[in-house]
Design a protein around this ligand. Structure first.
Ligand code: ADP
Ligand code: MG
Length: 248
């Protein structure tokens, strides 16, 4: 493993203010993500998992603390630089897919590539980008659904389309927020197998937030958030993981 983590967050603090209430969500969170690892993050609802993922992926900024990508600080970049870095470095998938309903699978997958290119550059590269999109759609097993719209797909297929879309710009890190949270067990397993394969065979670094302890058994490392901080993993996870193991 490299000495410098791919992604490293130090002393992250984040509070939301709603009316007169101030909710301290992250309270000094520290987390490192190594290149090539499949890290899962568990924790109760409200423990700050989604907030952490948004900060790591530069969708939002911490109140305090720093985030470094390969030693370069990324949490305080000017917004244009941050948007470019985000488009190149991070892919996101969410529990509810967030596909655009009027677009086909192919168009949904191409959308982030279109956004990244100017009109000219898009026109110039569109053949190549189409091929990349088709290859990515094949990679997630949806070649037979190219022209289908999201409402014509199963939940598992929608999430696989969302994964293809997240990967079209070849990000280094996939940030997944409860990616199987809305799927039945079989579709959830299918999506997990795909993520595992993208990690093992394509070298994709993945940070996955989940409620499901059974899913984390397939990942390289688990951390648990409690009240906006990372709890020591081995100690906290030993009993529930042993139970999951015993049940199968
Ligand atoms: P988790 O993903 O672990 O369930 P979140 O990071 O979504 O936790 O949220 C942590 C806490 O912060 C919750 O109490 C939630 O209500 C609050 N929160 C999250 N986002 C916002 C926001 N944009 N504005 C106000 N409160 C928020
Ligand atoms: Mg959440």
């Amino acid at each position: 493993m490299n000495a410098t983590p791919l992604l490293s967050a130090t002393n992250l603090q984040k509070a939301y203010v709603k009316f007169a209430n101030r909710i301290e969500v992250l309270r000094g969170l520290e987390i490192d993500v190594a290149e090539g690892e499949f890290l899962s993050v568990i924790g109760n609802s409200g423990s700050g998992k989604s907030t952490m993922l948004h900060l790591l992926g530069t969708l939002d900024q911490p109140d305090e603390g720093t985030i470094h990508l390969e030693g370069r600080r990324i949490d305080n970049l000017p917004s244009q630089e941050r948007d470019e870095l985000r488009n190149r470095t991070f892919g996101f998938i969410f529990q509810f897919y967030h596909l655009l309903p009027e677009l086909s699978v192919l168009e949904n997958v191409l959308a982030p590539a279109m956004i990244q290119h100017s009109v000219w550059s898009w026109w110039w590269n569109s053949g190549e980008l189409h091929e990349a999109a088709l290859a990515m759609i094949e990679r997630v097993g949806l070649s037979h659904r190219l022209t289908h719209r999201p409402q014509e797909l199963s939940g598992g297929e929608m999430q696989r389309a969302a994964i293809a879309r997240a990967l079209i710009n070849r990000p280094r890190i996939l940030l997944a927020d409860e990616p199987t949270g809305n799927l039945d067990a079989a579709n959830g397993q299918h999506v997990m197998q795909l993520l595992r394969s993208l990690n093992e065979h394509d070298g994709l670094t993945i940070v996955m937030v989940t409620h499901n302890l059974e899913l984390v058994r397939d990942t390289d490392r688990v951390v648990r958030l409690i009240d906006g901080r990372v709890e020591t993993p081995e100690k906290m996870l030993a009993p529930p993981l042993a139970e999951v193991g015993a049940a199968t």
